[in-house]
Design a protein. Sequence first.
Length: 261
Amino acid sequence: MEGRQVTLRQAQGSDTDGLVAIVTGGASGIGAAIAHRLHDDGVTVAVLDRDTSNADERFAAFTADVSDRASVDAAVAAVAERFGRIDIVVNNAGIGAQGDIAANDDDEWARVLSINVTGIARVTSAALPWLRKSPSAAVCNTASIASTTGLPQRALYSASKGAVAALTRAMAADHLREGIRVNAVNPGTADTPWVGRLLDSAADPAAERAALEARQPHGRLVSPDEVAAAVAYLVSPSAGSTTGTFIEVDGGMAQLRLRPE
Ligand code: NAD
């Protein structure tokens, strides 16, 4: 960077109207909220998910598994062929894993890292030629509070999200001069089907939910719409000078050093 001017492209206008976005994991939870929010902001949304059966019919849905390069390459090519451009990639698809470092075998470590981390590299690299042509290129990765705090009994998941944080910074640095911004969001525990499934497996789901809410700094779960609003800002031209950074949507848990009990 020494002595050389770095210029992030300044998009014409201040909104996202007319841009095309890929949202991975966009058929459920946080990804579905992001798809809706971007759609409301005038973005053409392509949902890329391994299970598109529940995807909102207003969005073009492309079935792909982010852990499988061939299916990712085919889906990204299909998005580009259909819409003629890709301006935004939201890498949101992810899965959980429970327990300490001994709880998961090597196959499970490889599977989670392949989806949560390498999936970001697969999808974004397939879209790179299109992002390079965009007047307003942006990538946003869904990391987690686990990326900074390290959650108890979530060793593999925390490792994967810590890697997402480092990858976000590396991608931001690598593609800065190409005018591609890369940021991330760190949600706290959010009210999604994923968390619903965990609560449903408890003996008393209602009591478990109340206890989970009480453990959050602001006394409730994070709304997927709140995460979507942060993503919508980060990928918009309004954030044209913002790259390599994170928005925490966690009721203050990470910044206030409050840890789940
Ligand atoms: P969810 O299970 O409700 O939705 C995840 C979506 O991703 C699903 O539609 C699923 O089909 C898709 N998906 C999963 N694996 C995939 C793969 N290999 N290829 C393509 N699509 C795949 O989950 P959610 O709670 O909305 O979580 C979304 C993201 O947010 C994840 O990255 C998760 O780690 C992160 N996150 C969630 C929370 C939370 O409390 N819910 C908190 C912090 C971060």
